[in-house]
Design a protein around this ligand. Structure first.
Ligand code: ADP
Ligand code: MG
Length: 412
């Protein structure tokens, strides 16, 4: 589960990770009140969306399409970005009014952009050096990985490509915790040498590690991590992702979920307890069981097409879940054909068949549909579908089913 910058910072603050003071705002008046409360003389008005590259992003409607296209590629474009310095209360109001309710396009949002609904008003700071820091789980050796680079504020992918030795990696053993040695290694890599500053940096990394572990983070990126003139490190930008499987342990974090940032279809799917992930292809798949879903996607690919989604209705789906699943798939404009592939175990094929037929009656069927039912009550399921009079192609095995839907889509 992704969090906004202001939410990530509020969580990091609980662990004593140094930050600048800041207040979220959802209207220009709130932004002004926040700025007054923070006191000047410098503020930064920051758009809160689940995407990075906001500084270089541009707003739809405020610049030409050509400049927007540049912003979507991460290039420097004309116009004002989604992170702005303000030197007066009036500047804060103006920036807030220009950002709120508008769509910000960045390298990470792509050209469709994301609507800015919340701002973070933060105190401005004097930056001596900008670094990059990220923390993630390295599954290959069961350790937490800290990646740091002196090249902060810019795209780490670019650094990785042009200057890979500039990224240093420090593995932290979770049973031991972040040691002083780990902390010093990171500090030296960032060019921090003053003894007192190194000690403070070690404390900084230790707090970050503690936050990462206790909050059940899947990923934490601090870019830039800033060093001020007095040798103190602090967080200027934070991107945090919490392990979705652990969110139940953190009621307060669960409440931070911002559904506006999620795909509408994925939200509807989660309401029905369906496991749905939107993909780039054109064949919608409705499958029971994650393993079967994987196999179905593989075989579609093997037959020369690609899946439009991953949809697992689960082991014991009810009829209304099947209807919702079907509705979600057909609502996707990129779907040119649908493959229903069900292996009835606990799940009964006749329930699936009824669900599909109900859904087709409700939402209509404008693309070819292939249904493959196998296992418990498969015969009954097939009979229900055949007698429905709907233009559904039945198949008995996965190979012919996949071939049938790929042929139907290609022929159409
Ligand atoms: P993004 O990565 O989405 O572009 P950042 O929060 O990293 O957003 O902000 C972009 C740049 O703006 C930073 O690299 C930094 O130079 C500057 N910046 C951000 N917050 C502040 C602040 N509070 N004070 C001064 N400069 C800031
Ligand atoms: Mg950043």
């Amino acid at each position: 589960m992704k969090l906004h910058e202001y939410q990530a910072k509020s969580l990091l603050g609980r662990y004593g990770v140094p930050l600048l003071p800041g207040i979220p705002a959802t209207t220009p008046d709130e932004a002004v009140a926040a700025a007054e409360k923070l006191g000047g003389p410098l503020w930064v008005v920051k758009s809160q969306i689940h995407a990075g590259g906001r500084g270089k992003g541009r707003f739809k409607g405020a610049v030409s399409d050509a400049e927007l296209a540049k912003a979507a590629k991460g290039e420097d474009a004309e116009g004002k970005g989604g992170v702005r310095l303000a030197r007066s209360i009036e500047d804060v109001r103006e920036a807030a009014a220009e950002m709120l309710g508008n769509v910000l396009v960045t390298k990470q949002t792509g050209i469709e952009g994301k609507e800015v609904r919340t701002l973070y008003i933060e105190g401005g700071c004097a930056i001596d050096k900008e670094f990059y820091l990220s923390v993630l789980l390295d599954r290959s050796n069961n350790k937490v990985l800290f990646m740091a680079s002196k090249f902060g504020g810019m795209d780490i992918e670019d650094v990785a490509e042009s200057n890979p030795e500039a990224i240093i990696k420090v593995h932290v053993d979770t049973a031991v915790g972040l040691t002083d040695f780990n902390g010093r290694e990171l500090a030296y890599a960032l060019g921090i040498t003053d003894r007192k500053a190194v000690n403070r940096a070690v404390g900084f990394f230790r707090s970050v590690f503690q936050a990462y572990m206790e909050l059940d983070c899947a990923m934490l990126e601090i870019n830039p991590l800033v060093l001020d003139k007095d040798g103190n490190l602090f967080v200027l930008d934070a991107k945090m992702e919490i392990d979705s499987n652990a969110v139940y342990r953190h009621k307060d974090i669960a409440e931070m979920r911002d559904v506006h940032e999620e795909e509408a279809t994925e939200i509807e799917a989660s309401e029905y307890g369906l496991n749905f992930i939107k993909l780039d292809g054109n064949i919608g798949c409705m499958v029971n069981g994650a393993g079967l879903a994987m196999a179905t996607m593989d075989i579609i690919q093997f037959k020369g097409a690609s899946p439009a989604n991953f949809l697992d209705v689960g082991g014991g789906a009810k009829q209304d879940q099947v209807e919702a699943a079907f509705r979600i798939i057909t609502n996707d404009p990129s779907v040119e054909g649908i493959l229903v592939n069900i292996f009835g175990g606990i799940m009964k094929c006749d329930v699936i068949a009824k669900g599909v037929i109900e859904a087709v009656k409700q939402v209509g069927l404008e693309v070819p549909l292939v249904v493959r039912l196998s296992g418990t009550n498969a015969e009954l399921g097939k009979k229900i579908i055949d007698e429905s009079g709907l233009p559904v192609i039945s198949a008995t095995n996965l190979d012919t089913a996949a071939q049938a839907i790929v042929d139907a889509v290609k022929g159409a």
